[in-house]
Design a protein around this ligand. Structure first.
Ligand code: KE4
Length: 452
C-alpha cells in the first residue's frame, strides 16, 4: 500500500482515502494482485519491458479502460495519460470515429489474408502526405518496418554496413541491438545476449548531432555503407531534436556516396507535423519507416520510398518480406480514420496544448530554481533533470534518472501517468485540454517543491 503526502492544491480528482494530516493512501491492491498473477505467466508480467517500471520502481498500473487523455486503472484510479500507447493515441483514447471505423470493419471480418480496399486507402493517404514515398509496404510493427528497410537498402546497394546513432532505437531486430564500442563512430558490439558478433559486425555507431562522427565512418569505409538510419527527431533517449544542418548533412553525404538514407519515422510520422519530420525539416530520405499513429492503436508498421527501390520487394522483385496480418483491415481502418482526422487544425491545436505544457514546465523550473530542461518538437516532449541541454545519448545518460524515478512515482500518485523512463517521450493528444495541462504543471511544481 503506497502512502504519499500531497498538498491539496495539486490534488487531481482521485479516489484517495484521506487518512488525516494531509496524507493519502493510494490503494493499488488490484494492480498489485494482477501484477503478481501476470508474473507467473508473462515474462516480467508484461509484454514489453519498459512497462514493468524497472526504470522507475513501483507497481505498474493495470489499466481497465481509457478515454480521451485519461487512463483508469483496475483500482478505479484516474490518470492524465502522457504515454499515449507510446505514440499512437494522438487523437486521444477511444475516439468515437475511430471506434466506429473499427466496428464497421470488424463487422466485415477481422482478417482475410487477401487484398482489400482499406490497404489502398491508407497507402494513398500516407503517400499524399509524404511525397518521398511512391510505394509502400505495410507490416505489423515498427521493428518489422525498420528491419525490412535495412534489408532493402542492402539489396539495393549491394553493400552490408549500416550506420545508426547511439541512443536511437529502431526496434529489436539484431542489426539495431548494437552498442557503441569505445570511441566515436565505432564498430558495433552486441547489446543483447543472442545478438551475434556476425550481426554486430555490419553495424556502425555514430554520435547523434555530431556530423564529424558520421564523416569518420564514411572516411573509413564509404564504399561499404548501405544505409544510414536515423530518428529525425530522437524520441528514445528522451526527445532530442536534430540540430540545424544535421539532417541536411546526412542527406548530402549519403547522396554523394551512393548510400541510402532511412528516416525512422515510426514515432515522428504524423506526430510532429502533417507530413512527419521530413516535411517539418524539408529533408527527404530514400526510405521512410512508419508505425504507431498509422495504425490508430492497432498493430502496424510500414516502409516506403521511391518506386524503383520498392519494386525490389517481393513479389515485384527478389527481396523477400512477408506477413500474415500485414495490411490487416482493422488496423488499416483505424489508421486511415486517424489520419483523416489529423488535419491542419488538429496540428494547430496540438501545438497550442504542447506549447502550454512546455511553457508551464519551464515556468515551474524557473520559479523553483530546480535543475531541469524541457525539450520539445511538436506534441512530443521530455523533461530531463539535467543542468544542460541534451544533445546526444551521453548527455541523456548524464541526466538524473534516480530523480526522474522519484518524480515519476510522485506524479503517478498525483494522478499523472508519465512514460516510466527518463529516456522516453511524453505524448500530448488532441484531448489534452487546458485544464489537464494546468493540473499537470501544478503537480510538477508541487513535486519539485516537496519531493527531493
Ligand atoms: P515497435 O516494434 O515497438 O512497433 O516499433 C519499434 C520502434 C521503431 N522505431 C522507433 C523510432 C520507435 O520509437 C520504436 C518503438 N518505440 C518504443 C517507445 N520508445 C515502443 C515502446 C516499447 O518498446 O514498449
Amino acid at each position: 500500500m503506497n502512502v504519499i503526502r500531497v498538498s491539496f492544491s495539486s490534488l487531481i480528482p482521485h479516489p484517495y482515502l484521506e487518512t488525516g494530516w494531509n496524507t493519502f493512501q493510494v490503494n493499488i491492491y488490484e494492480s498489485e494482485t494482477l501484477f503478481d498473477r501476470a508474473r507467473k505467466v508473462l515474462v516480467g508480467g508484461v509484454n514489453s519491458p519498459v512497462r514493468a517500471f524497472h526504470a522507475v520502481g513501483g507497481t505498474p498500473r493495470f489499466i481497465k479502460h481509457a478515454k480521451g487523455c485519461m487512463l483508469t486503472d483496475v483500482d478505479g484510479l484516474n490518470y492524465i495519460d502522457y504515454i499515449g500507447s507510446w505514440g499512437p493515441m494522438i487523437l486521444g483514447h477511444a475516439h468515437p470515429d475511430v471506434l466506429n471505423a473499427l466496428k464497421n470493419a470488424a463487422d466485415n471480418g477481422t482478417s482475410y489474408g487477401a487484398p482489400c480496399e482499406a490497404e489502398i486507402e491508407l497507402a494513398e493517404e500516407i503517400i499524399h502526405r509524404m511525397p518521398s514515398i511512391e510505394k509502400i509496404r505495410f507490416v505489423n510493427s515498427g521493428t518489422e518496418a525498420t528491419m525490412s528497410a535495412v534489408r532493402l537498402a542492402r539489396a539495393a546497394t549491394g553493400r552490408d554496413v549500416i550506420v545508426k546513432f547511439a541512443g536511437c532505437y529502431h526496434g529489436h531486430a539484431d542489426s539495431f541491438l548494437i552498442q557503441a564500442g569505445s570511441g566515436i563512430a565505432t564498430f558495433g558490439l552486441p547489446d543483447s545476449p543472442g545478438v551475434t558478433s556476425g550481426s554486430a559486425r555490419d553495424t556502425r555507431i555514430a554520435r547523434f548531432n555530431d556530423f564529424s562522427s558520421v564523416e569518420a565512418v564514411f572516411n573509413n569505409e564509404k564504399d561499404r555503407i548501405a544505409a544510414v538510419i536515423v530518428e529525425p527527431v530522437a524520441g528514445n533517449m528522451g526527445v532530442v531534436p536534430t540540430e540545424d544542418g544535421f539532417l541536411e548533412g546526412l542527406r548530402e553525404i549519403c547522396t554523394h556516396n551512393g548510400t541510402l538514407l532511412i528516416f525512422d519515422e515510426v514515432m515522428t510520422g504524423f506526430r510532429v507535423s502533417k507530413g512527419g519530420a521530413q516535411e517539418l525539416f524539408g529533408v527527404n530520405p530514400d526510405i521512410t519507416t512508419l508505425g504507431k499513429i498509422i495504425g490508430g492503436g492497432l498493430p502496424v508498421g510500414a516502409y516506403g520510398g521511391r518506386a524503383d527501390l520498392m519494386s525490389m520487394i517481393a513479389p515485384e522483385g527478389p527481396v523477400y518480406q512477408a506477413g500474415t496480418l500485414s495490411g490487416n483491415p482493422l488496423a488499416m481502418a483505424a489508421g486511415f480514420k486517424t489520419l483523416q482526422l489529423l488535419n491542419e487544425d488538429a496540428y494547430d491545436n496540438l501545438e497550442i496544448s504542447s506549447r502550454r505544457l512546455e511553457e508551464g514546465l519551464n515556468q515551474a523550473i524557473s520559479e523553483t530554481g530546480t535543475t531541469a530542461v524541457v525539450q520539445r518538437i511538436g506534441s512530443m516532449l521530455t523533461l530531463f533533470f539535467s543542468s544542460n541541454p541534451v544533445r546526444n545519448m551521453d548527455d541523456a545518460v548524464n541526466a538524473d534518472h534516480e530523480r526522474f524515478g522519484r518524480f515519476f512515482n510522485a506524479m503517478l500518485d498525483r494522478g499523472v501517468h508519465l512514460p516510466p523512463s527518463g529516456y522516453e517521450a511524453w505524448f500530448i493528444s488532441l484531448t489534452h485540454g487546458e485544464e489537464v495541462i494546468d493540473r499537470t504543471i501544478s503537480a510538477v511544481k508541487d513535486i519539485i517543491l516537496n519531493v527531493p
